[in-house]
Design a protein around this ligand. Structure first.
Ligand SMILES: [Fe+2]
Length: 195
């Protein structure tokens, strides 16, 4: 019998900057999937609450990327086009979020715009995880130090917005960069060096 290849996902949480941003990505993907799966059955206020939650998560995510992550990346990887594209994607997503705030959630246009936002965010996630993050991984950026800075800024913003604080305790930050020591990361780094 032919054995099918299996997709092996890393099971370790990497609480460095790339790990933290990846956790954000998964969080919003889950919320969008929940919206898609339940939207026919949700009451209007439940639908609104779900979309409000995903938009708040996205705005915090974009803010820390723009304020902390992107400036560090721009300085190190010298790829202006990639960074400009990332900013454009943020602007498009933020425009959709502003638009959503003006559409009553019981209108069909509301669902259409949520789906457009989900697609836009999926592009953002693919571009970062497939292109930007591997470049960051082989750069001189200290992923753990930047991760701490990012987490502090996120928690400050989340507190101001009345969102729960993300509890990743100090002791969970690795002494050394465990992301680099994972086979997944080593493979990504090796591929980047070949380019
Ligand atoms: Fe991101």
């Amino acid at each position: 019998m032919v054995k099918r290849p299996q997709l092996v996902l890393p099971t370790v949480v990497y609480p460095d900057v790339l790990g933290l941003l990846t956790i954000d990505h998964r969080k919003v993907q889950v919320l969008f999937a929940e919206f898609q799966a339940k939207r026919g059955r949700l009451r209007i206020h439940e639908k609104f609450e779900l979309v409000r939650k995903v938009c708040a998560e996205l705005l915090v995510h974009f803010a820390v990327e723009e304020g902390i992550f992107y400036p560090a990346v721009r300085q190190q990887i010298h790829d202006g086009a990639l960074m400009d594209e990332a900013w454009d994607q943020h602007d498009s997503a933020k425009s959709l979020i502003i638009l959503l705030g003006k559409i009553p959630p019981d209108e069909p246009m509301f669902d259409a715009k949520v789906r457009a936002l989900a697609e836009q965010v999926e592009h953002h996630i693919q571009d970062e995880e497939a292109v930007m993050f591997p470049k960051v991984l082989v750069s001189d950026i200290d992923l753990v130090v930047l991760g701490r800075e990012l987490l502090e800024a996120k928690n400050g913003m989340r507190a101001r917005l009345g969102m729960p604080i993300e509890e990743i305790a100090d002791e969970h930050f690795p002494g050394e960069d465990t992301y680099m020591s994972s086979s997944h990361a080593r493979h990504a780094a090796a591929r980047m060096r070949e380019i």
